[in-house]
Structures are given as C-alpha cells and as structure tokens.
Write a protein that binds this ligand. Structure first.
Ligand code: HOZ
Length: 437
C-alpha cells in the first residue's frame, strides 16, 4: 500500500471531520502546522505515516504514563479480547480495577466507571447537585473539566486555545449556574460563598491544573477550599482526570493531604483505552441509580478491555515507579531551566524582571510559557506569547520532538523516556528556545 503523506491525509480528513480532526487542538491550528498522522506508537516514540520518528510528550494527552504499547498492557488486552469485547453486563475485571482505585485513594469509598473524563465530571456535578439540593457550581478560570454544558464556562484546553469565552450552544440559563473565579484566589472564592451562601452545590477544581498549561496551587489553596466548602455544606470535587495516578500513587490528593467528597478520574486508569470514573464518599455514591435516584448509565461503562488495560497499568505503577518517573522528569526540567537561564533565551530580561520564559512543572507534567510573568492562574497564563510558543513548537517538531500543539496544555513525561530521550530533547529545546526569541 502506498503511504499517504501527512498533508494529503489531512486534506482527506478535512472532507470528513470538522477541522479534519476528532478533537480540536489536534488540528495544529494554533501552531500553524499540519497535524501528523500517526502510524504507530512505541515506548517514548511516535512514528508518523511518513516514517518520521518523534519523542512524544503528549502521551495521548496523559494516559500513557508507561509509554506507547507497553508489552504487559498489550498482553492483558490480548488475553481479554479473546474472551469478547464488551458484555453490557458486570465482569470481574471491574471489581479488580475498582478495588485498586479504592485501595490507593482513601477518599474513594465507592465508584462508578464511565467512558470518559467528561462523563465523570458531568456525573459528579449532577450528583453534587442532587446531594445538596443546590444548583450553583463554582469552578476556576482556565480549568477544564471536559465539555459538558455546565462546565464550558471560562474553560481551559482547546476553549482557551481558540479564545472562546464560552461555547455557543450552551444555554445562558445553564451557564448562569456556573460561577468561575481565578485559580489561587481565595478571596474571590470567599466572596462567592458570601454572595451565594448555602446555594453552591460544589466547587470543582483540577488540583494541579494542566488545561491552562501547568499551574501550581499555592500552599494553602486546596486545604482552604476544603474548609470553605465543608463550612458551607458544599461538596469539593477534585478533578483528577489528569493528575490521578499521574502525580503520585494516591493522586494529587495524597500529595496535598486533601479529603474531597468526590473525585473524577480518567486517562491513566484506562491505560490508553477510553475510561473515566467518579467516586467518593459512600453516602453520596449510594444516591446513584439503581441504589438511589440519581440517574447515570453507559453502554460501554466498565468495558472489559479498558478495565484490563487499566489493571495492567496500575499494577506497574508502584510507589517506586513514581519516584523513578519524577526523578527522570526532574532531569529534563533541570536541563530546560539551564537553557532558559542562558542569556540568549531572555531577550527582554532586566535585573528586576523574571526571565521571558517560564517553566512550570509538577511531577511528570510541565509547560513552558513565553512570558515575563510567573504563571499562577489563567490571566497570567494568557500573557504567554503564543506566537513564540508556535515557533518553539515547530522547531521541536522539525527536530523530532512531539509537544502538545497548543500553549494551554500540559506536556507529559512517561516511564519510557530514558536518559537518551531526555538528552535529545534538550539538544532540540536549545534550538527551539532560540527559534522562539
Ligand atoms: N482536551 C484534551 C487536552 N486537555 C485534548 C484531547 C485530544 O485532543 O485528544
């Protein structure tokens, strides 16, 4: 078979799919490039249809913490596939994966599997509203919790990349039920709770946001959110779709010592297959049908292949594996920071200004912003020069490094990134930082 080039395939795809893609930021529009059509993934690498090899820092947007096509995950999938692809009935695999999650995350006493992170957050919000008999939801500017109507308000990820304040098609009456304040701004949170006392069903937050690029929570931000919500009778929903089993054995909540009411998962728990889950305190999960009146269902929920990939993935993620992953990631960040601190990457630096390039990282998640400001929320993230980011991205791509094709996204290191991949990334990054001046 003649292999079609990326450009030709994109022309075909544009005839079939909006923007030629099945999820917006994949279109590479923000970086003015042609998307690469992927022929295969192998460890830390992607290979496109033209045979070009890339060191991959997208990792399917987070799930692939072990790298592409890990042999143990493939073996689990193969074993499972021989027994059928979907039953629409319970299987022991759901118990296996469910137990692993509950054992690792103490705040989760019971959970429900769904098929995506969007379904998980949407269902958790419905449950919070039912549990509190309140309608308002409080979120943070630039946090992205999937594309359910209630949550597409001042959202990050592709919504930020394409500069859409809110999406058309979300009725104003829905959007009015979603309050949004700056991340890390406790005064704004307190003001909202003052103005809407006993009316807010839940605060939903990415504990370490990755969807406005990576942003770190201030030391007391998450503990204070826990206190404020508890005092008002609102629920705290941690959206750990990105951070769950990515940042630590017990997720971000283990690192920050937070005991949320509900947690949403996705990405890593499916090992690269479509899965989500929401879980939390027994008293809330018992409200879900058929145990309780809150309805939520799914044809492929608990899909055996997805469960098998998730089990195999979590079984390879011991506490020691996170130490290894974080140490390897730290090497990359140290190298990047040295490059960033070199004078040529700081064209506008003066003695009293920050460098014009900022590296934000947490564990194996990171983002490079092209701004003089310390990025701590959505408004500072938006000071990043996206033109410089695009030049940086294109130079990396040309040099065989595949980064998220948008500024307001996280890059991910996996356990398959070894020393040589890190070294090669740093060589390319030096050129790309220069290209971004
Ligand atoms: N919303 C995802 C990143 N935060 C992108 C998903 C995709 O394009 O695959």
């Amino acid at each position: 078979m003649v292999s079609l080039k990326n450009k030709e395939l994109f022309q075909q795809a544009i005839q079939l799919f909006p923007g030629g893609v099945n999820s917006p930021v994949r279109a590479f529009r923000a970086v003015k490039e042609t998307p690469r059509f992927i022929a295969r993934g192998e460890g830390a690498y992607l290979v496109d249809v033209e045979g070009k090899l890339y060191i991959d820092y997208v990792g399917s947007w987070g799930p692939l913490i072990l790298g592409h096509a890990h042999p143990e995950v493939l073996a689990a999938l193969e074993r499972t596939a021989h027994h059928g692809l979907s039953y629409g009935a319970p299987s022991p695999l759901e118990i296996e994966l469910g137990r692993r999650i509950i054992q690792r995350v103490p705040s989760v006493e019971k959970l429900r599997f769904v098929s995506s992170g969007t379904e998980a957050t949407m269902s958790a919000v419905r449950l919070a509203r039912a549990a509190t008999s309140r309608d308002l939801i409080l979120k943070f500017d630039g946090c992205y919790h999937g594309h359910a109507d209630s949550l597409l308000v001042r959202a990050g990820s592709g919504v930020a990349t394409f500069g859409l304040p809110d999406s058309p098609g979300v009725p104003a009456a829905f959007a009015a039920l979603t309050l949004s304040v700056p991340f890390n701004d406790l005064d704004a949170v307190k003001k909202m709770f003052h103005a809407h006392a006993k009316k807010i069903a839940a605060v939903i937050v990415e504990p370490v946001p990755g969807n406005m690029g990576v942003v770190l929570p201030d030391g007391d931000f998450l503990p204070q959110l826990r206190d404020i919500t508890a005092n008002d009778g609102a629920l705290l929903i941690l959206d750990e779709v990105m951070t769950g089993f990515r940042l630590a054995y017990g997720g971000a909540q283990e690192i920050f010592g937070i005991d949320p009411d509900l947690t949403c998962f996705g990405k890593v728990i499916g090992g690269g297959l479509p899965v989500g889950a929401y879980g939390g305190k027994q008293r809330y999960l018992s409200m879900i049908a058929p145990e309780g009146p809150v309805y939520q269902a799914g044809t492929l929920s608990g899909n055996p292949l997805a469960m098998a990939a998730g089990i195999a993935t979590l079984d390879l993620l011991s506490r020691e594996a996170y130490q290894r992953l974080n140490a390897r990631s730290a090497k990359l960040y140290e190298g990047l920071q040295v490059l960033i601190d070199e004078p040529r990457a700081q064209p506008r630096r003066t003695s009293d200004q920050h460098a014009a390039v900022q590296l934000n990282s947490f564990g194996s998640m990171f983002t490079i912003f092209f701004t003089e400001h310390r990025v701590r929320d959505y408004s500072t993230a938006k000071t990043s020069d996206v033109g410089r980011f695009a030049r940086f991205f294109r130079c990396l791509l040309e040099n065989g490094i595949y980064f998220p094709p948008a500024q307001f996204e996280a890059a991910f290191v996996s356990l398959s990134h070894g020393e040589s991949e890190i070294e090669r990334t740093l060589v390319a990054a030096e050129k790309a930082l220069r290209a971004a001046e």
